[in-house]
Design a protein around this ligand. Sequence first.
Ligand SMILES: Cc1ncc(C[n+]2csc(CCOP(=O)(O)OP(=O)(O)O)c2C)c(N)n1
Length: 673
Amino acid sequence: MPENIDNLSINTIRFLAVDAVQKANCGHPGMPMGCAPIVHSLFTKFMKYNPSNPKWLNRDRFVLSAGHGSMLLYSILHLCGFDISLDDLKKFRQWDSITPGHPEYGLTPGVETTTGPLGQGFANAVGMAIAQEHLASMFNKDDYKILDHYIYGICSDGDLMEGISHEAASLAGHLKLAKLIFFYDDNSITIDGSTDLSYSEDTEKRFESYGWQVLNIDDVNDLPQIEKSVAAAQMETRKPTLIITKTHIGFGSPNKQDTSGIHGSALGEEEVKLTKQNLGWNYDELFFIPDEVKAKFDDVVNNVKKYEDNWNNLFEEYKKEFPQDAELFLNLMSGNTGDDWKSSLPVFTDYSEKVATRSASGKVLNSIAPKLPALIGGSADLAPSNNTFLKEFEIFSAENRSGRNFHFGIREHGMGGILNGIAAYGGIIPYGGTFLVFSDYMRPSIRLAALSGFKVIYVFTHDSIGLGEDGPTHQPVEHVVALRAIPGLLVLRPGDANETVKAWEVALEHKGGPVALILTRQKLSVINRESYADAEGLKQGAYILKDTNGKPDIIIMASGSEVGLSLEAAERLDTVGIKTRVVSFPSMELFERQDKAYKEKVLPSKVKIKLSVEAGVTGNWPKYTGRKGANISIESFGASAPVNVIFEKYGFSVDNIVKTSKNLLNKLTDECC
Ligand SMILES: Cc1ncc(C[n+]2csc(CCOP(=O)(O)OP(=O)(O)O)c2C)c(N)n1
């Protein structure tokens, strides 16, 4: 291979990755060695960014969906002047470094999203492309394309095998997201060996049938081919582009190239030497960057800065001509949605009414949406059931980018990844709905939203056996507890319509992570807030809804549809002289944030008898009900039957709550005497 500055730069990227993996003695050198020419071309010849301001709003995004190749990303970001030092590269995978094993959003400048679980980054990029299209439709004017950039990415065999990428690619083609340009690192190797073992479809035809433009590069080291392909991808205005690129995993390694052995292990010192020799890398120093390469990247950095300067000038003019749009744009992009929407929150005052919390949620959404332009979302084909449709607004489509209603299709996992990408892009508070039982289909994306701190709101309806006749396949039993187990996810299960209003308020104001709203299919009584405490208490996670004079004999705590039942049971217990407090407990996470005094006030330790009532597995409830308490829960799957029957049969009845309470009190009396 002739030695020129491009090849030298590409080898620099390769050997920064190789040296970092070797130093850490773990990591994935093969992918960076194969794909170095791709990032080199993108970052030096095509992409617009400002390393000194990695959050510049109109930057091109780059998503390394094959996150195991993280050193590829860190190396190119370092060379392109992002705030990642050579020392940071030397601390690859070490405690407290900004160069972790897989790229993490918010930790490393230039890392647009957290990747590693294969397929997620691909779906995130689709979300970013959607976000750009929507915001561009809101803010771009004929002479002012203030959002006008590309979303580039690299995906691997693993990414394209995973179901989530199928879902996201299908939707991206349908929506004609032409700003999306993905390279497919087609190296025919995965961990188990050759892709022949498990992957034989025609990826090109698959993507063509999704509605993508598909281009081919038969040798990744042929830089003009890369450049021609990117230019062709940019020219295509109606289709996303997949550039299937033949690469060699571990390119240059005499003994390991094209083998799975180089996917996820350091080369070993001897093989590093041989590889350097083989590629004509004549430097002994590790983490070495030749002067010519430094000079070249200095030029690149100087050159790319003009893009933001130009954009700043454009935006100054925009501000003058469209001051209100400019203000709204900046507010949205900085996550400032103001308070205006709060005055539109509904209040449910007809206490004779019965309202499913999913319906209350739909009412909230439709009441506030006109004043909250950041709020856009949809459902995985359950909009009428999830009540997620914004009636005054149109549908987002290939023809109408300003629509605020998404039809994700029956693609929960894709939806989860896309919502994360929209949140990562900024300017939008995305929400997505499905039945709670299908939260499992998108759980990996929910976990990543929590890990990344993305503000995504999930509208999970049909939240228990209370959905009735659809039976155990559709009745979530373990899901609320399973969601509570995800660190950083706020789970809210409101007990009536007014708590649902407060739950949305909390969700919209919540910072630092996703929120899951757990809502009923069945109608619930609207709790009389003149007789009982205000729903504002939801904000503390748990609050005294109904109290007694003096020390309670028993505290019943419940969430969601079980709150109303518990209130009725408490009234009955009161009539027989059992002083009963009811604590509405919509969110364990919020309650855990309260101070000790508040927790003690709501759940005094001197009250020994505490009963939880929640139509799902017991999970964490014993933490609150204590040694002498009890839990009315479900430890099996549900059953197909009308809601009243199934609730009764599973013990979620006023009678059973009363009976269980009395038994607990009797047991305590027996123990005492
Ligand atoms: C969802 C998910 N499953 C499994 C893994 C573990 N894993 C990491 S890379 C990989 C496959 C490697 O093959 P490929 O995607 O072709 O990457 P390459 O070997 O070419 O670097 C697997 C199974 C993962 N990261 N994510």
